[in-house]
Design a protein around this ligand. Structure first.
Ligand code: HPA
Length: 233
């Protein structure tokens, strides 16, 4: 049973892009997909299906944070048979070798979330993406001349983190902080599906800088094209 996505069977493609923001899902559908149809409006968490270069692709908002993403991705995997999922999101950079607008391919997702404890107790699972999706995205990005960094992200439960845990994650090599990917990768493992996160750096935590709204729009377009080219490859 699907509680939060109200789509009939067959309305969602087996390949899906996952932005956090439902309005970004609408933007992707309207700007990149041919003949997009909205299949979900429950709680305003918009989802669309159309085609990209003739291939059926969906795009679904997930909301912010792992508990929200977990609900939507669980239903997409369990009830709608989604096979490949690519999160397209933003992150705050915590590494000197990453700049504003860079694209990060997350080859692992550390987390402070209690979701991991609930699943694994005292054991520590290592959430990683599907290698084939990662490899394809890496090569497509090269073809597109996009500056990409392959590295770990951190999926934090706190955006306003006054403990500044990012300093510890940075010490261990993390590139950027976001809030969703560890749960996406773990759910993909649970359901034996393929997942990847592609992030653009929207703000730089070390440098205290941020992209303008206009810059975000252009760089997000590059990232969306990269995600679409990767998912249909
Ligand atoms: N922290 C957490 N999530 C984020 C950030 C951040 O600085 N920037 C974009 N998503």
């Amino acid at each position: 049973m699907s509680t939060h996505i109200n789509a009939p069977e067959g309305a969602i493609a087996d390949k899906i892009l996952l932005p956090g923001d439902p309005l970004r899902a609408k933007f992707i559908a309207e700007n990149f997909l041919e003949n997009p149809v909205c299949y979900n409006e429950v709680r305003g968490m918009l989802g669309f299906t159309g085609t990209y270069k003739g291939v059926k692709v969906s795009v679904q908002g997930t909301g912010m944070g792992q508990p929200s993403l977990s609900i939507y991705v669980h239903e997409l995997f369990d009830c709608y048979g989604v096979q490949k999922a690519i999160r397209v999101g933003t992150c705050g950079a915590v590494s000197e070798d990453v700049e504003l607008r860079d694209v990060i391919l997350a080859n692992g997702a550390c987390t402070d979330s209690s979701l991991q404890n609930q699943r694994f107790g005292g054991l520590h699972y290592a959430p990683v993406p599907d290698f084939e999706l990662l490899y394809t995205a890496f090569n497509k990005a090269k073809e597109m001349n996009l500056k990409t960094v392959v590295g770990q992200c951190v999926s934090s439960d706190r955006f306003y983190d006054d403990n500044e845990n990012w300093k510890l994650w940075k010490k261990y090599g993390a590139k950027g902080i976001e809030m969703e990917s560890a749960e996406l990768y773990t759910l993909a493992a649970e359901f034996n599906r393929k997942a990847l996160t592609i992030l653009t750096v929207s703000d730089h935590i070390l440098k205290g800088t941020a992209t303008t709204a206009e810059e975000r729009q252009t760089t997000f377009k590059d990232m969306m094209k990269l995600a679409l080219e990767t998912i249909i490859a």
